[in-house]
Design a protein around this ligand. Sequence first.
Ligand code: SF4
Length: 458
Amino acid sequence: MTENANEFFSVASELKAELEPLGKKYYIETYGCQMNVRDSETIGGLLQSCGYTLADNKNESDLILFNTCCIRDHAEKRVFGNIGALKEAKEAHPSMIIGVCGCMMEQDNVAKKLQRRFPFVDLVFGTNVLHRLPEMIKHVLEGDRVCLLSNNDVTVVEGLPSVRDVSTSAYVNIMYGCNNFCSYCIVPYVRGRERSRSVDAIVNEIEQLVSKGYTEITLLGQNVNSYGNDTRSSSFAELLTVLNQIEGLKRIRFMSSHPKDLSDAVIDAIRNNPKVCHHVHLPVQSGSDRILKAMNRKYTREQYLDIVHKLRSVSHDFELTTDVIVGFPGETEDDFLQTLSLIKEVGYSAAFTFKYSKRQGTKAATMEEQVDEAEKKLRLKRLNDLQAEMTVTDNMKYIDHIGEVLVEGYDQRETCTVFGKLSNFKMVYFRGDPDLVGKYVNVRITACKKNSLIGEIV
Ligand code: SF4
């Protein structure tokens, strides 16, 4: 089901007339992945439609929102600690609104636990009801305590406002939710099943971004390769081809890609559409077939390597990044060695590595043979040491290479140093004026650091 945002704006305009003259301010603290960053941009847009302006810090805010994530270890402890620290501020300013949202609130009982422990929290809401924020704020201002979760809400709402964080590159959701149920992951339980946006809505949003000066977009989804499966309309490969036609758009990135759904059609779309960047984030998680099966990843090591070879054939500078979990239940030394050998074989430019940790409600949390914590720590170190070597080796091959960099910002610590990325996601630092930010510059690579390249303008 798709709804339009118009009906929510009548409540927002009512609030704006009341709140704007009072100079009310908001602050959002965001935890977690790009999906949450993008959600916070929408929340900021909605709050501004209600008459709030962005505060520089929490202390001067009339409304503070914690946009939480449940994927990382100890996430709950950290968020609860930061909410608890606001108790005195709330006592001193009872009219201040404190809210908590994001996927952690959709986990079993977390919202209830939070409300019991922090009676001063006014507002709790889930990931799929952002569009109802004006209505929720109205109720809070009338003195109610609001809790609105969204497990069964499958609405895609178009036309919501946004406050974008970065001025050169923008995130664009193409779908929400996930159908995959990897055995360690909580996302399908807290974000619901896959819902794809229409091609028209995506094109419309990107054209608006281009008209505001954005030239690079990153398409977001838990598994972008299954875009359109739910609506049986355009596939992800077809979407890339359509987006490649947008005038003024220069770069298209996407994440994340589930290897089991990365089809030849998607690889052809990457090859044939020059705006699609030469980088794929392709989470492998393990190099052992036995562990991949236990993780319910639905591909084998061989199938994964086959996709890697096809992607590498797109261009000589094609780069891959990945996610790896060590110490998954039942992982033996032999399984782990297979992960290390896969890391060597693929030669990723970077890997995001994690020790397995239980997520309540997932299948893996109940598996026997949980790996000892000290062993997990040791494996993580061995993996990180290897990847660090691989990253340096990968970076070295760029010396003397000339490539186009989109300048994202300037280094505050070093004068006249700017940074940005090549199409293949390699970060490059080089001498240049801050007014280059947002521009494309040809750079020759002259040296490399641990995680980045050094260059000079040609
Ligand atoms: S694909 Fe697997 S790891 Fe990724 S969000 Fe879905 S269930 Fe989680």
